[in-house]
Design a protein around this ligand. Structure first.
Ligand SMILES: NC(=O)c1ccc[n+]([C@@H]2O[C@H](COP(=O)([O-])OP(=O)(O)OC[C@H]3O[C@@H](n4cnc5c(N)ncnc54)[C@H](O)[C@@H]3O)[C@@H](O)[C@H]2O)c1
Ligand SMILES: [Zn+2]
Length: 363
């Protein structure tokens, strides 16, 4: 039996209105040091009903680490919230997920969990995934568990109007990578395809506009929707080799997650096209994007998809650049970590150590 669920209640619209039903609660908001001082978060906090008690943990770092998780659990143990609110990009939401899960495991009880994304990228607000780093070991570890799912996701695109162009660009390419990997995953189905196809289409329609016109609310709304749709797609289907490599690029070189994906995306499509299933998935996506008429050959569909991604990169003035020189010594260790990354399990082709090393070396 196949099971398909959309377990998170997604509320789209003004965040202040969506939070107005919260009364007489102990709230713990998890965000990063930049967002804590922004007018948007201040307005949200001051709009909350005065009979709530609000605490803020604002020490989220990019690619949150196990140390961040421990520090936030310490705060949670003091505050004992009944509602946890993650406010921020994937880093804040992922940290809050890990905190909720490990606090519960440690006997600190459970609480309801609201995710409010302020970037349009990871889709973490609707997934059962979190990615936690162990910096001293150069490791980024994706974890999947049903208990990591938020109860509510609030999508208010107004919160993303301040995202700088570079962050918009890379988070948008993360969305595209989620959609593409979900399409060719061994667990892809019509439901996840439908979500992934719409997500990819919204990225192609709006990403360039959002990067060049940060204040364009239609573009922001399109991308915010795309991020959650792609999250729902990969929450069912899984990801693949691009993410398995991106996690290592992030762990070793501290690249933003979306940039790491953007670097590996086309090389992985070229590698995966040896599989019929992958070629079918890429060609289906190309067709749904209107890149090809009715039923053209799979190989042609893959070529069209690669050309479209290259065209998008050009519109964004982005070129996947040589990552680093003189780093050959870590390629072997990185490749081993790729093979152990849980996201590789749903890739349509299972590479061996040598294949992964050659892809990484080419980057
Ligand atoms: N859980 C999942 O399903 C999943 C999927 C993909 C990636 N991830 C993880 O998510 C993390 C990346 O998340 P991200 O790409 O959203 O980046 P991020 O959360 O690290 O944020 C990037 C930067 O953008 C800033 N920012 C956020 N919102 C802003 C706003 N509205 N205005 C101005 N600046 C803003 C942040 O302060 C930060 O400096 C990585 O750790 C990655 O591994 C998780
Ligand atoms: Zn991602």
């Amino acid at each position: 039996m196949n099971l398909f669920t959309l377990p998170v209640r997604v509320m789209i619209g003004d965040v202040i209105e969506q939070l107005s039903d919260i009364t007489r609660k102990r709230l713990l908001i998890i965000c990063d040091r930049f967002l804590v001082d922004t007018p948007n978060l201040k307005a949200i906090v001051s709009s909350l009903s005065a009979n709530n008690h609000v605490d803020i943990f604002s020490d989220v770092t990019p690619d949150p680490s196990v140390q961040d998780v421990a520090a936030a659990i310490h705060t949670l143990a003091t505050v004992r919230p009944d509602t946890l609110i993650a406010y921020g990009g994937g880093s804040a939401i992922d940290l809050a997920k890990a905190v909720k899960y490990f606090a519960q495991q440690s006997g600190l009880g459970t609480c309801s969990f609201i995710a409010i994304p302020t970037t349009s990228g990871t889709g973490s607000e609707v997934t059962s995934a979190t990615v936690i780093s162990i910096p001293e070991l150069n490791k980024k570890i994706p974890l999947f568990h049903e208990a990591l799912l938020p109860d509510r996701a609030i999508l208010d695109a107004n919160l993303t109007l301040t995202v700088p162009p570079q962050v918009t660009l890379f988070t948008g390419l993360d969305v595209l990578t989620h959609a593409i990997e979900a399409m060719v995953s061994i667990n892809a189905c019509h439901f996840s395809d439908a979500l992934a196809e719409k997500a990819a289409s919204l990225v192609f329609t709006w990403l360039s506009t959002a990067v060049h016109e940060p204040g364009n609310l239609d573009a922001r709304h399109g991308l915010h929707t795309a991020a959650s749709l792609a999250g729902m797609a990969f929450n069912h289907a899984g990801l693949g080799l691009t993410h398995a490599i991106a996690h290592q690029l992030g762990a070793f070189f501290h690249l933003p997650h979306g940039q790491a994906n953007a670097l590996a995306l086309i090389p992985v499509i070229r590698f995966n096209r040896q599989s019929v299933k992958a070629r079918n998935g890429y060609a289906r996506l190309a067709r749904s994007l209107g890149l090809t008429g009715c039923k053209s050959a799979e190989q042609h569909g893959v070529d069209l998809l690669i050309s479209a991604i290259e065209g998008l990169f050009r519109q964004l003035s982005y070129s996947p650049e040589l990552l680093a020189t003189g780093k050959n010594d870590c390629i072997h260790v990185m490749a081993e970590a790729v093979l152990n990354d849980v996201t590789l399990r749903t890739n349509p082709v299972q590479p061996d150590q040598q294949m992964v090393e050659s892809i990484i070396r080419a980057l």
